[in-house]
Design a protein around this ligand. Structure first.
Ligand code: SAM
Length: 208
């Protein structure tokens, strides 16, 4: 069951306009380049913690069959309305990445900005579930916020968020081929207070 802290994005998404904008994230653009370079083009993608759907819509516009999942009903409703306006047939639904189960193998599991909502004690099991339900030669594209001693904690950070240790995300993909990985730092103004984030990023491929 969702707790009050889980629903903090509802108020943000209820504001007029788009909390995160409508342009796709850098990770979405990068993973699309990777997908286009693969000999067998992936067809299905799930966007975990899709928010208002900016990346889901981008992937659907680029030919993927997309499912978007988020705990915020407000975000999901907004994403669904935008997709309908654009004439795209995406499947958006409310779900909790801490317990949500994939029912059939998906070609691409994408998660931008939401992995920190997985408490540390269930993280390995959850990532193992998503990996185990990814098609052969399928792709995971993930990022996770990592704290840095020289960066102030982001103002929108909630006590329920679980930071990843620097390098931790890559460790979950020791048995997959790493197509790209690294750490990025970027400025953010999402809460109206300028701040800077550091994130670990991994794009990995399941062995065929
Ligand atoms: C930083 S936002 C990123 C949203 C989106 N990926 C984007 O980049 O526009 C994190 C998202 O994770 C969602 N979220 C938080 N906890 C979640 C959970 N347990 N299950 C599913 N989504 C969750 C929030 O509602 C929010 O939309």
């Amino acid at each position: 069951m969702a707790r009050a802290m889980d629903l903090r994005y509802d108020a943000r998404y209820a504001q007029p306009g788009w909390y995160w904008g409508t342009r796709p994230t850098g990770l979405a653009r990068e993973v699309l380049r990777v997908l286009r370079s693969l000999p067998r083009r992936p067809r299905t993608l799930i966007d975990l913690g899709c928010g208002e759907g900016r990346d889901s819509v981008y992937f659907a516009r680029n030919g993927l069959r997309v499912e978007g999942v988020d705990i915020s009903r407000v975000g999901i409703d907004k994403a669904s309305r935008r997709a309908a306006r654009l004439g795209l047939s995406l499947r958006f639904h409310v779900g909790d990445i801490r317990s949500f189960r994939l029912r059939r193998p998906v070609d691409v599991v994408f998660c931008s900005g939401a992995l920190n909502n997985l408490p540390r004690r269930i993280r390995a099991a959850r990532l193992a579930h998503f990996k185990g339900n990814t098609a052969r030669a399928g792709i995971h594209a993930m990022n996770a916020f990592v704290p840095k001693p020289y960066l102030a904690p982001p103002p929108e950070m909630d006590p329920s968020d679980s930071p990843f240790r620097s390098g931790e995300l890559l460790g979950y993909y020791g048995d997959w081929q790493i197509l790209d990985s690294g750490q990025v730092e970027f400025d953010c103004n999402s809460s109206g207070v300028p701040h800077r984030h550091a994130m670990d990023v991994v794009i990995a491929q399941r062995p065929d």
